[in-house]
Design a protein around this ligand. Structure first.
Ligand code: ATP
Ligand code: MG
Length: 670
């Protein structure tokens, strides 16, 4: 094991094949008080190289003439094996040429063997070690600087007082498109940049040199001679020599084209966005939570009464509106900001700074930061006054249309009613015409048949007083009498129907006439028929032809009794009533002679018989319409009733009762 080197001592390797020389040298190196100590000896180049490879040597004393190496070559090989170990060359000859050669190649000292004494050798060793140390330090610093210059992406250059490059780093070499930095030396900016930039740089450098003040962070646009363009951030410093005199400039410049491009891109985008919002007719604006405007489009600036967005930025609604209005707007905004919920498409009536009224559709959206806190409000407001107006017009038009439609419907209903009435009148006219002809015919027939019938009747009365031997004769005479009575009844009916339309009226009691008529039909009343009378006692007397009205009731009672062959109830009522409206009771053409508010007298006859089939109801007033067998009905009863009722200015209505039977209603004017 090797003993660790004493840091206080400097290890010396003696390379020499002459034992006497080695002895002398060792004596001179290892003398007392010396910091040097011979740590190794080598008699050949081979041995020397091995020791140097092990690196246990601080300085070498090298004889150029060795058995395996000679002259300059000896130095070169040893120096190559340990470039940072200082070598002192020892030579037999005082060869100036050789001395110069080895020193140029890196030898620290060249000593001639015969002329070396202890003192000289000690000094040479000392200098050699010190020089080597200083060189090593310098080399390391140079390396650091070199590393920095070659690896930094920023461009670094040094220029002399005439602004000529004296050193440039790798980044600038690349920018200039050169293979080596040396190609730039002695040249100026004018050789690489456009005329304008070169001139400006020159001036900047002059100023730096004159004032001694650095130029810091200048943004430069560099137009390269080959047409490339680049943006950079440049700092220029004065370059001084050891005495402090300014001998040139040193510059460092950083490529910022990408940043600049992004900046330009951002600017373009900002301009585009600005163009979009400024060209919108809607009001677009942003405000912070205190209500200060941060951004306003042109439409909003104008609405506030301004012309430039800068006039508005940083101000609040209170700067543009009367306090009460501004307070209201502000409160609305703050509510949205606090609720952190967007308020969309709210219709509101607004007045702008100039007092113009408008309807607006406004949306307010809270503007939140990354933590969800409200930092402001984004508002968009659209003028919908025109739409609103159109909407109102439409509403009005719709209402008018609805009213016209109602009027039209009303007119149609009136028309329909008038048409119905016209049709009724027409039917009645036809009916009346028919009745007239039937009446004339009936009157003629009745007149012609009445007299022969009277003769037959008288003949029959005479014959019935005679005595007959034939037992069948009285029976035949009886049947003839019956037939004659029936024929007579038909003739009387026809005469009643066609009788001249004249009445002999006087104030009569309707109740009295009814009671009398009931009495007359007693004969027709079968067992099992009950009569119920409900006659209003203080009924006013009416202007009536008592005989004819009696005939009306007899016919109506007879019809009711015929309908109740198996018994039932015949209910008769009279009462007065004040007309409240033209109701269903007054359905015929007489209805118009009754006025609302008028007092009328009503007679109602209800039976519980079989009723009238609905399809026959329209025909019952026609002469000779009957559903009864021959001999039972002639079908003239209701025709006569109608004629008489009409003559009295009264009305008749016949309808089926819901439960059973028929109700006949007669209405008289009081
Ligand atoms: N109360 C009633 N119940 C049921 N049917 C009735 C009633 N009144 C009238 N009718 C129907 O109306 C028809 C016509 O009646 P109308 O009195 O004119 O003639 P008629 O009774 O048949 O004969 P007559 O000439 O003898 O009166 C009757 O045949 C009958 O069908
Ligand atoms: Mg009848």
């Amino acid at each position: 094991m090797k003993s660790p080197p004493n840091p206080a001592q400097i290890r010396v390797l003696i390379v020499d094949d002459n034992a006497g020389d080695v002895f002398l040298l060792r004596e001179m190196v290892d003398c007392t008080k010396s910091r040097f100590r011979v740590s190794a000896e080598a008699g050949s180049m081979e041995e020397a190289l091995r020791i140097l490879a092990e690196r246990e040597v601080d300085v070498v004393l090298l004889d150029l003439q060795l058995p395996d190496s000679r002259g300059v070559d000896t130095f070169s090989r040893a120096h190559a094996a340990a470039p940072d170990v200082p070598i002192i060359v020892l030579s037999e000859s005082d060869d100036e040429e050789l001395a110069l050669q080895t020193v140029q190649l890196g030898a620290q000292e060249y000593l001639v063997k015969g002329r070396v004494d202890g003192h000289l050798l000690q000094r040479a060793l000392r200098y050699a070690v010190e020089r080597a140390r200083a060189e090593a330090q310098l080399a390391s610093e140079r390396d650091l600087l070199q590393t920095l210059l070659e690896n930094i992406p920023d461009r670094i250059y040094f220029k002399d007082r005439q602004s000529r490059f004296i050193r440039i780093n790798r980044a600038l070499t690349a920018l200039f498109g050169l293979k080596t930095a040396e190609e730039a030396y002695g040249k100026t900016d004018a050789d690489f940049y456009g005329h304008e930039h070169a001139g400006e740089a020159r001036q900047d450098e002059r100023r730096v040199m004159e004032t001694g003040e650095p130029l810091l962070g200048k943004v430069e646009f560099e137009n390269l001679a080959d047409g490339r363009k680049s943006w950079s951030l440049t700092t220029k410093l004065p370059l001084r020599d050891r005495k402090g005199s300014i001998i040139g400039t040193c510059g460092i410049s950083r490529e910022i084209s990408e940043m600049k491009e992004m900046e330009e891109q951002l600017e373009t985008e900002r301009n585009l966005l600005r163009a979009v919002i400024d060209n919108l007719p809607d009001l677009v604006f942003l405000k912070d939570v205190e209500g200060h405007y941060l951004l306003n489009n042109i439409a909003h600036v104008r609405w506030l009464g301004g012309s430039d967005p800068r006039e508005v930025r940083g101000r609040t609604v209170f700067d543009f509106f009367p306090d009460h209005l501004a307070a209201e707007f502000h409160r609305g905004d703050m509510e949205v900001a606090e609720a952190r919920q967007p308020l969309l498409n709210q219709e509101e009536h607004m007045v702008d700074a100039k007092g113009n009224h408008s309807w607006r559709l406004t949306s307010k959206i809270p503007w939140l930061d990354d933590n969800g806190n409200t930092v402001g409000l984004v508002c968009i407001s659209r003028d919908v006054t025109e739409q609103k107006r159109a909407e109102e017009h439409l509403k009005k038009a719709n209402a008018e249309l609805a009213a016209s439609r109602e009027e039209l419907l009303h007119a149609v209903r009136n028309l329909q009613q008038a048409h119905g009435e016209l049709r009724d009148v027409q039917l009645q006219l036809i009916e009346a015409e028919k009745m007239k002809s039937i009446g004339r015919l009936a009157a003629g027939v009745a007149h012609e048949v009445k007299n022969p019938l009277a003769i037959l009747k008288m003949g029959l009365e005479f014959l019935s007083t005679q005595k007959f031997t034939d037992e069948h004769t009285p029976e035949i005479l009886h049947e003839m009498g019956d037939a004659l009575t029936r024929a007579d009844k038909v003739i009387r009916g026809l005469l009643d129907f066609s009788a001249p339309k004249q009445l002999e009226v006087q104030r009569e009691s309707l109740n009295g006439i009814i009671e009398n008529a009931l009495h007359l039909v007693r004969g027709e009343m079968k067992n099992g028929v009950e009569v119920e009378l409900d006659l209003q006692s203080n009924l006013p007397h009416l202007k009536l032809d008592a005989g004819k009205i009696s005939q009306v009731f007899v016919n109506l009672f007879t019809n009711a009794l015929h309908a109740m062959e198996n018994g039932g109830l015949l209910a008769v009522r009279t009462f007065t009533k004040q007309l409240t409206g033209v109701g269903s009771n007054i359905s015929d053409s007489r209805a118009e002679s009754f006025r609302v508010g008028q007092h009328i007298v009503i007679a109602e006859i209800d039976d519980t018989g079989h009723g009238i089939p609905e399809d026959k109801l329209a025909k019952i007033f026609e002469p000779f319409f009957t559903t009864k067998p021959t001999g039972r009905g002639t079908g003239l009863g209701l025709s006569v009733v109608r004629t008489i009722v009409d003559l009295h200015g009264a009305t008749i209505d016949i309808r089926n009762l819901h439960e059973a039977g028929v109700r006949v209603t007669l209405m008289f004017q009081s």
